[in-house]
Design a protein around this ligand. Structure first.
Ligand SMILES: [Zn+2]
Length: 100
């Protein structure tokens, strides 16, 4: 599957008859085939654009996830340090009261 198959197995957009690659008109109903090609090509390149945009978004989301994890780590580290500081202050207060 893919572009190669799509190019080889072309069908008429109006009647569905299989047509030769590069044919300008359908042999069965006489519909013009060139225009459909152009539309398909535009749709395809638009699809590719959207796909690469989507990939960028997914990449950004992954990065955001990593950053959120990092923030959580730092927050818990911060909490731990604050608790340690409070403990040290208590110790210091106790020492001071011994000296007085
Ligand atoms: Zn046709």
């Amino acid at each position: 599957m893919g572009l190669e198959d799509g190019r080889r197995q072309k069908v008429c957009p109006s009647c569905g008859a299989p047509v030769e690659p590069g044919a300008k008109y359908c042999w069965r109903c006489g519909a013009k085939l060139e225009f459909e090609d152009l539309v398909n090509h535009q749709a395809l390149s638009r699809e590719e654009d959207l796909l690469s945009e989507l990939k960028e978004i997914v990449k950004s989301l992954k990065r955001l996830n990593e950053l959120e994890t990092r923030v959580k780590e730092l927050e818990s580290e911060n909490k731990r340090l604050k608790e340690e500081l409070a403990r040290k202050e208590e110790e210091l207060k106790a020492l001071r009261s011994l000296l007085e």
